[in-house]
Design a binder for this molecule. Structure first.
Ligand code: SF4
Ligand code: SF4
Length: 653
C-alpha cells in the first residue's frame, strides 16, 4: 500500500474560553492516499473548519492541539515550527476556501496575485512566474486567461474567482489540497463546473484532496471516501458507495435524506429536517453525542460513548445499532390532502422593465401568482431574479410596467404604498443578518414588526405566538442576532415577514446560505405556514432541486428575460427550453470527463433581435442570432421562448 499523503492520528483540539478548555475535535483519525479524495461532512459547529485549520497549521491563538499528530510527507505538522510550516504551505499543502472574494486582494490584479503565489511556491523570476500564472489559469479552464490576468477580483463572477483561487492553490503542485466548502453559494451550473474541474485536476495533479462540505450528496459525486463529523467526533467513515447506499449511523442517514428529491412531496412526504442542534463544545452530552437528536436511541446509548467500530470492509460507525439505521427516515405529512390553489391572482406583473445604465436587467417581464401558490423563479446570478423581486417589493423602481396586488396597481416605492399593501406583501432575504438590527433582541425585533404591521398593544402576547409559529425557541427571544445560528436567524426573518399576516411573501434565496439540514427545516416551515395561512410565495433560488420540491409553477430567467414558464411538473418532464435543460443537467450530472470552460468574462448585452441564449445554446442556428424567438405554447400554460418547436425541444432534451 502506498504511503498516505496525509495522515491524521488521534487528533484532539480545544479552544480556551473564559479560563476553560472547550474540546472542539476529539480523537480524529483518518488518512488520505495520493490522488484520493476524502469528503469531510457535517453541519456547522461540528468542527470541520477547525480540522481544516489544524491540517493547514493555521489554528487561532486560543486553540491548542491537546494530542495527536498530523503527518504530511513524513513531517508531523503539529510539532513543526513556524518556519517549517511556512515552507510547506503552498508547496506540500494548499487550501481553497469558501469565500473566494474574501480570499483575493480586491485592489490587486488577478495576474499579479497568481504570480505572487507562483513566486512564493517555486522561487522563480518574473517572466517565468507570468508564464506559469497564465498556464495555471488555462488549466482551471478559465475562458480568455490572458484577459483574466488583467482583471480585478470584482470584475469576475463568483465561479471565476473560485477558479482563480484553485489556480493559486495549485501553484506549488501541492501533495495535499484542502477544499473548504468551495462551491457553497455558487449557481448550479457553476457548481457543476467547479466540481468537474476538481475531479479533473485530481487526476492531473495526483494530489490528496480533503473536501469539506455540509452537502453529503454533492461530495459523494466527487470523493471516493467520506468521513462524517458530528460535534467534534468522527461518527462514520468509509467508501462513498457504502456510506451512501447503507449509512451505518442515523446522523449520516439524516444528512442524506434532508435534501429534496423527486420522491418527496412538500405536503404529503416532506423532507425531514434533523431536529435539534449540534451541541456546543461546553455542553456535550455523556454517552453517544448524537443521542439527544437520535430517533433510534435507547438507554444503552447514554451510558457510554460508542466506539468507532468496523461495520464492513473500509466502513466504520460510532453507533450501537448500525443495522437499524434506515436511509430514508419518513416524515409526517404536513396535511392529509393537498389544498387546491384558488384561481385568483394575488400578484400580476405586466411588461416590467428595469435598467441600470445601458443594461436591461429585467426585460419586459410578465407573470402572475395565484392565492396559495408558490411560483419558483430560477436562473444564474445576474439573470435579474432578485432585481425583479426588489421591484415588486418597492425597494427599487422599474422604468416601466405594472405591478398589481389583488387587482390594484402598486406604487413604485414602498414608502408610497398603503400600510395594508405593505402588510400583505413582505420579503425574506438570503442573509437575515443584513436585515436584523444587531442591537435589538429578537423580542424587540418581532415586537416592532407586530407594532408596525399589526394591531397596537398586542406585541407582548403576539411575540410569543409568532415565535411559536415559526418554531423559534421562546428561551432565545432575549438574545441578539449574533447569538443565534443561521437557521434561527432565518426563522426570525420569516416570523417578522408573517407579523402582519401577509398574502404574498417574496423569498429571495432564503435557504442558500444554510446547511442542508437547516434548509430542510425552513422549507418545512414555509410549507406549513402556506398550508395554514394560504399565503403565496415568489421563491427565488438557483437550486433546481429546491424549486422542484417547493414550487407549483416555475419561471426561468436568463439575462433579464423570462425564457420559460409553466407548471413545475411540465417543466421537469419536458419539453424544456435549452437553458432550463442545461440548468437541470448541471444539477444532476455525474462527474467525469474534461472540465467545462467557465462562462466568458466579457458578458455583453445581446442584441434585441436575437435569442439571448444563442451564444451558449448547443442547438443555435443563424436564425437564433438574427431573430428574437417566439413563445411556444404547451399544455397548462407552459410557455417556452425558442425558435425550436415543442416536439424538437422534447427530442433534444
Ligand atoms: S448509539 Fe444510540 S443514540 Fe447514538 S447514534 Fe446509535 S442509536 Fe443513536
Ligand atoms: S432560440 Fe435558438 S439559440 Fe435560443 S434557445 Fe432556442 S434554439 Fe437555442
Amino acid at each position: 500500500m502506498t504511503n498516505p499523503a496525509l495522515e491524521v492520528r488521534d487528533l484532539s483540539v480545544a479552544y480556551s474560553s473564559q479560563g476553560r478548555l472547550l474540546p472542539v475535535l476529539e480523537d480524529i483519525s483518518f488518512s488520505v492516499a495520493p490522488g484520493e479524495a476524502l469528503a469531510v461532512v457535517g453541519e456547522s459547529g461540528c468542527g470541520k473548519s477547525t480540522l481544516a485549520a489544524s491540517i493547514l497549521g493555521v489554528l487561532p491563538g486560543n486553540a491548542s492541539i491537546l494530542k495527536g499528530a498530523i503527518t504530511i510527507g513524513g513531517l508531523d505538522t503539529t510539532r513543526a515550527g513556524f518556519e517549517a510550516m511556512r515552507a510547506i504551505r503552498g508547496t506540500r499543502i494548499a487550501m481553497v476556501s469558501q469565500e473566494a472574494g474574501g480570499a483575493l486582494n480586491p485592489s490587486m490584479r488577478i495576474g499579479r496575485q497568481v504570480m505572487e503565489a507562483v513566486v512564493a511556491a517555486r522561487k522563480v523570476g518574473r517572466a517565468e512566474a507570468e508564464a506559469a500564472a497564465l498556464d495555471l489559469l488555462t488549466r482551471v479552464a478559465l475562458q480568455n486567461p490572458a484577459a483574466v490576468m488583467r482583471r480585478y477580483p470584482h470584475q469576475l463572477s463568483g465561479g471565476q474567482q473560485q477558479r482563480v483561487l484553485i489556480a493559486m492553490a495549485l501553484a506549488g503542485n501541492p501533495s495535499v489540497l484542502v477544499l473548504d466548502e468551495p462551491t457553497t453559494g455558487l449557481d448550479a451550473t457553476v457548481e457543476a463546473e467547479v466540481i468537474d474541474l476538481i475531479a479533473h485536476l485530481r487526476r492531473e495533479y495526483a494530489a490528496a484532496i480533503v473536501f469539506i462540505s455540509h452537502n453529503l450528496p454533492l461530495v459523494s459525486r466527487v470523493c471516493e471516501r467520506i468521513a462524517i463529523l458530528y460535534a467534534g467526533r468522527l461518527i462514520e467513515i468509509g467508501a462513498t458507495a457504502a456510506v451512501t447506499a447503507k449509512p451505518a449511523h442515523p446522523y449520516s442517514a439524516a444528512l442524506l435524506s434532508c435534501l429534496p428529491s423527486p420522491q418527496h412531496h412538500k405536503i404529503l412526504n416532506p423532507v425531514a429536517p434533523i431536529l435539534g442542534e449540534v451541541p456546543p463544545p461546553d455542553n456535550r452530552p455523556a454517552g453517544c453525542i448524537y443521542a439527544p437528536r437520535c430517533p433510534l436511541r435507547t438507554d444503552n446509548c447514554t451510558a457510554k460513548q460508542p466506539e468507532l467500530l468496523a461495520v464492513g470492509e473500509d466502513h466504520s460507525s460510532r453507533c450501537l445499532y448500525p443495522d437499524r439505521v434506515d436511509a430514508a427516515e419518513a416524515q409526517n405529512p404536513i396535511a392529509s390532502q393537498v389544498p387546491a390553489i384558488a384561481d385568483e391572482h394575488v400578484l400580476e406583473v405586466e411588461h416590467l422593465v428595469k435598467r441600470y445604465g445601458d443594461l436591461t436587467v429585467c426585460d419586459d417581464i410578465s407573470l402572475t401568482i395565484r392565492r396559495g401558490e408558490t411560483f419558483g423563479l430560477v436562473g444564474e446570478s445576474g439573470s435579474g431574479k432578485s432585481t425583479l423581486a426588489r421591484c415588486i417589493a418597492g425597494l427599487i423602481t422599474p422604468e416601466s410596467g405594472v405591478i398589481r396586488l389583488n387587482g390594484r396597481p402598486l406604487a413604485g416605492q414602498t414608502r408610497q404604498r398603503e400600510l395594508g399593501e405593505i402588510r400583505a406583501l413582505q420579503m425574506v432575504f438570503q442573509s437575515p443578518e443584513a436585515t436584523l438590527n444587531p442591537s435589538f433582541s429578537i423580542r424587540q425585533t418581532l415586537g416592532r414588526a407586530i407594532k408596525k404591521l399589526s394591531r397596537r398593544g398586542q406585541e407582548k402576547s403576539e411575540v410569543g405566538t409568532l415565535a411559536k409559529d415559526v418554531r423559534f425557541p421562546e428561551g432565545l427571544l432575549d438574545r441578539r442576532p449574533r447569538q443565534l445560528s443561521g437557521g434561527q436567524k432565518q426563522r426570525v426573518a420569516i416570523a417578522r415577514a408573517f407579523a402582519g399576516k401577509p398574502e404574498l411573501v417574496l423569498c429571495d434565496e432564503p435557504v442558500s446560505a444554510l446547511d442542508t439540514s437547516v434548509q430542510a427545516g425552513i422549507l418545512y416551515l414555509l410549507t406549513r405556514l402556506q398550508v395554514e395561512d394560504r399565503v403565496s410565495y415568489l421563491f427565488i433560488s438557483h437550486d433546481l432541486g429546491v424549486v422542484r420540491y417547493l414550487a407549483d409553477r416555475v419561471g426561468v430567467m436568463y439575462l433579464g428575460q423570462l425564457v420559460e414558464t409553466g407548471p413545475t411538473h411540465q417543466i421537469f418532464a419536458g419539453p424544456r427550453h435549452p437553458y432550463t435543460d442545461a440548468l437541470l443537467k448541471a444539477s444532476e450530472r455525474e462527474i467525469g470527463g474534461s472540465p467545462r470552460k467557465g462562462a466568458s468574462i466579457d458578458q455583453v448585452e445581446p442584441s434585441a433581435s436575437a435569442c439571448r441564449f444563442a451564444a451558449r445554446c448547443p442547438h443555435a442556428t443563424t436564425r437564433c442570432t438574427t431573430e428574437a424567438p417566439p413563445w411556444r405554447i404547451g399544455e397548462d400554460g407552459h410557455q417556452i421562448r425558442c425558435h425550436l418547436d415543442l416536439e424538437t425541444l422534447r427530442s433534444v432534451a
